[in-house]
Design a protein around this ligand. Structure first.
Ligand code: DGL
Length: 262
């Protein structure tokens, strides 16, 4: 069982930012990445639809023998992980915006969070803010349109710069010193975000924390892959293969995106 792959899914290619950290920390683990880009973004779709997509993704990964599933999507994590845990036996790891470290680090006592509407409206985010961010002001901003632009390969477009300016300038005016990226697609925008907010704002995403949590659970469940043979890494998308390939190429050579129907 320990040689079985870790399954990772997202509404699209954003979860690759989580995949990267998992592979960095757990280089001997086989992995299957599934991008449901055909249905991205999940953000405005409503809880039932998000559960339906998450079930479909989970069943695909289980059919392919996965021993653990990382829900590398904030929107699916906040809306569907409870349902998945109740209906399937494998361990699920969920992502969560890094509100807690942001609140602890903030000197201005004001943190910004950029996320999809589905995440910002969720009960989980509300509870996390109540628990960890009582002492700070949380400035929320919906990143309307950002996922669509990334999914269509327009990360470096004029439209992207326009939207980022529109979303980030009001946060700067509120004196944030921490910016939480509450969507796994957004770390792909860090260079563009830094051009707007400068170096003084601390940008937080969840990749490393999720990778650490994945390791803890694999260890606890006795599922770590102890064989050090060459790993198998699969990357599937039901959307545009070239876009997934582009983002894979940004961090490693020789990874191959495959287009499938599911
Ligand atoms: N990567 C997803 C997330 O982290 C994208 C958002 C969506 O599909 O709504 O929430």
């Amino acid at each position: 069982m320990s040689v079985a792959p870790i399954g990772i899914f997202d509404s699209g290619i954003g979860g690759i930012t989580i995949y990267k950290e998992i592979h960095r920390l757990l280089p001997y683990e086989n992995t299957i990445y599934l991008a449901d880009s055909k249905n991205a973004p999940y953000g405005g779709k409503g809880k039932n639809k998000i559960i339906e997509y998450s079930v479909k993704n989970t069943e695909f990964l289980l059919r392919n023998g996965c021993k653990l599933i990382v829900v590398a999507c904030n929107t699916a994590s906040t809306n569907a992980v409870k349902y998945l845990r109740e209906h399937y036996d494998v361990p699920f790891i969920r992502v969560q915006p890094a509100i807690k470290p942001a609140a602890l680090n903030s000197k201005t006592k004001t943190v910004g969070i950029l996320a999809t509407i589905g995440t910002l409206k969720s009960k989980l985010l509300y509870e996390t803010s109540q628990r960890f961010a009582q002492e700070v002001t949380v400035v929320e901003q919906v990143g309307e349109g950002l996922v669509n632009l990334i999914e269509s390969g327009k990360t470096n477009s004029a439209k992207m710069t326009e939207l980022l300016n529109k979303y980030l300038q009001p946060m700067l005016a509120e004196n944030i010193d921490q910016l939480v990226l509450g969507c796994t697609h957004y770390p792909f925008l860090i260079p563009q975000i830094k051009e707007i907010v400068g170096e003084k704002i601390n940008i937080l995403d969840s990749g490393e924390a999720i990778a650490r949590q994945t390791k803890v659970i694999l260890k606890q469940e006795n599922l770590l892959n102890n064989s050090h043979s060459k790993v198998q890494r699969k990357f599937y998308t039901n959307g545009n293969r070239a876009v997934l390939q582009y983002f894979l190429d940004t961090f490693e050579e020789n990874l191959e995106a495959e287009k499938i129907e599911f």
